[in-house]
Ligand binder design. Sequence first.
Ligand SMILES: [Zn+2]
Length: 292
Amino acid sequence: MEAILQFFETIPSSYRTILLASGILVFWILEGAVPLFRFSYRRYRHLGLNLVFTFTTLVVNLSLAFLTVMAADYVQGQQFGIWFLFTIPLWASVIIAVLVLDLIGAWFVHIVEHKVKWMWKFHLIHHTDTTVDVTTALRHHPGESVFRAAFTIAAVVVAGAPIAVVFIYQTASALFSQFNHANINLPRGMDRFLSYLIVTPHMHKVHHHYVQPLTDTNYGNIFSIWDRVFQTFTEVDDVSKLTYGIDTHMAESENDDVVNLLSIPFQPYRAPKGSKFPSEDSSTSPHSAGKA
Ligand SMILES: [Zn+2]
């Protein structure tokens, strides 16, 4: 375990990039071999669009990475956080830290993005994808990347995690996101079995159904246990009946255009059916607030 931590502590960012690019390539090939849906889409155009968002996410993450490193150094220096609470074997500390990072840095920020209207308008871009595949994992508005980074920093402080563990978590988190977005058809039994511990492709696809209430379920990224513990877990027997996208932005002219997608957070809010929030104009008449 010490050797693994040492490796990750000094891992060059080129290695991490290669790891993530290999993940995309492996799932991309698997999607061709065992697809869940047979989309009739322009796969390379779709890839190109989502790569634009990968680039903006990378820019945000690289510019904020020093804050994460500072947070990890600080908590380790101060011996602050869950890492220092128990005297347990190193491997157990690493697992607990990764669990806490996944809870706050992925599950919690995600449910907050679904419950807070202005954050939803940023996160919505991820949900506008009507053909979910491995590249959807990379499709996040740069504004969303900022508040995801903020929650990850908070998670590092609570966990008291050393930077090596943060790097392990971030690598696992990116690979799991590729895995659970990939358009691959795992055998149903295997998918269900794995979903007791981790977020599987079937489980996460439910979250990408275009209407409520399924949109507001299955928020997890690495571990499925958070959705089970907090009762946001849902299972759909026939995944092929799902329709991807978000009901407010199903027009291709809107969900397939980079400039429009980047500007959605600054456009007027649209209430999804089975509304998440009262519609925009009801804010002027609070007594009429209700389902839009
Ligand atoms: Zn979501």
